[in-house]
Design a protein around this ligand. Sequence first.
Ligand SMILES: NC(=O)c1ccc[n+]([C@@H]2O[C@H](COP(=O)([O-])OP(=O)(O)OC[C@H]3O[C@@H](n4cnc5c(N)ncnc54)[C@H](O)[C@@H]3O)[C@@H](O)[C@H]2O)c1
Length: 306
Amino acid sequence: MKTLITGGAGNLACQYTHLLPPDHEILLVDIADTPVAPVREGTRFEQGDLCDREGLFALIDREKPDRVLHLASLLSGSTEMNRTLGWQINATAGFDLLEACHASGVGRVLFPSSLAVWGGDLPDPMPEDQETWPDGLYGVTKVAVERLGHYYHSKHGLDFRAVRLPIIISPYAPQGAASAYASHAFVECAQGRPFRFKVRPDTRVSMMYVKDALGAFSLLLEADPDHLTRRVYNIQAIAPDGEELLQMVKQVLPDSDIDFDPDPEVADLIHSWPGVIRDESARQDWGWSSEWNLESLATDILKEVS
Ligand SMILES: NC(=O)c1ccc[n+]([C@@H]2O[C@H](COP(=O)([O-])OP(=O)(O)OC[C@H]3O[C@@H](n4cnc5c(N)ncnc54)[C@H](O)[C@@H]3O)[C@@H](O)[C@H]2O)c1
């Protein structure tokens, strides 16, 4: 079994390698030259730009992976700051990747979509089939790839599976990603640095510990195709507001210098994302359930950081 992971130098890709069995071949591909976190022994790494269409087709054709995890992306803030590049990486390269996988007969493609596909006034809890009208361009690109995946499955039989991740709390969250404020709060304070939330104390958004998210990747990848009733699944774990996060950081790191200094643009975008998201289909179809609450993840992430 061979798995190719795009965005392979990133936060989720590196941590996911440790969940794959030792006899499983892994190839990470990324425009960056070095993985941000330790990877499983024996993992191959190759530098490459997914926006190089010819290079991408040649890579998929040469490697003929059984599975592709398509994680390469600009995140929300960077996409908003550089819309053309954001569209090229997130949407155009997403289309090229699905086309290349179809052309080379790749068995299965996993795509992490995002809670950023929703926007506007959202009910809380939010129903599973809430319409996807994102406020930010990053969310627009995620909707585009969800729809493309649905098309490649229904018209061409590609086994495309997507999971809409909430904000992931991780020790390796990308620097500069404003949406990674919960991760940065724990990591910065654990290292004795001050931290200021750019969101407001009452901003309540769906979040999840990285170990839950990686477990969801494994469950969805391994799920029996006959049990899947949809191509795109929601998953839910916790929904703390800014104040609850601040109090949890203070509980585990009492000397923290942590406070709020909201940035209106960041705060408004994140405030447009949902709190509690209904996820019955993921529970029924492939046995999804969250194992980490805010207190247990806070203790665990400090162990990881230290
Ligand atoms: N972390 C979260 O909170 C979160 C939430 C929802 C969805 N997601 C999605 O999960 C995936 C992984 O997220 P992450 O947290 O690991 O982010 P990350 O930024 O750590 O990883 C993304 C990787 O993509 C690479 N990349 C960017 N442009 C590229 C290009 N042109 N060619 C090749 N590689 C390129 C980057 O170098 C980076 O290593 C992304 O698709 C992201 O949108 C993440």
